[in-house]
Design a protein around this ligand. Sequence first.
Ligand SMILES: [Zn+2]
Length: 110
Amino acid sequence: MDNLYQKYCHNCGSVIDKQAEICPKCGVRQSNPPKSSTNINVNLNQRWLITIVLCGFLGVFGAHRFYTNHILSGILQLITFGGLGIWWIVDFIFILIGEFKDKEGNYIKM
Ligand SMILES: [Zn+2]
């Protein structure tokens, strides 16, 4: 479950408020702090960085598309040398401005 406002109690498994320090159902203190959004951002940053580096150096081979699970279009890009460079440039710009999505539809942002 990827909910911003709720989490599971680690003791009884009830869905509780993400900010809750003590589970209202069983009264057990939630020792492990909720995964803060900064962690998620760091992951996304790394992902964005890897994606844009792959695109910059190996973009004509579709490397950034393989990395973001766009396997079919990655192969297409590989055999067309990044759509003769045009597709590659378009992808690079899209990644740069944070408009590039992975196969699951998540934006890959800086
Ligand atoms: Zn509980």
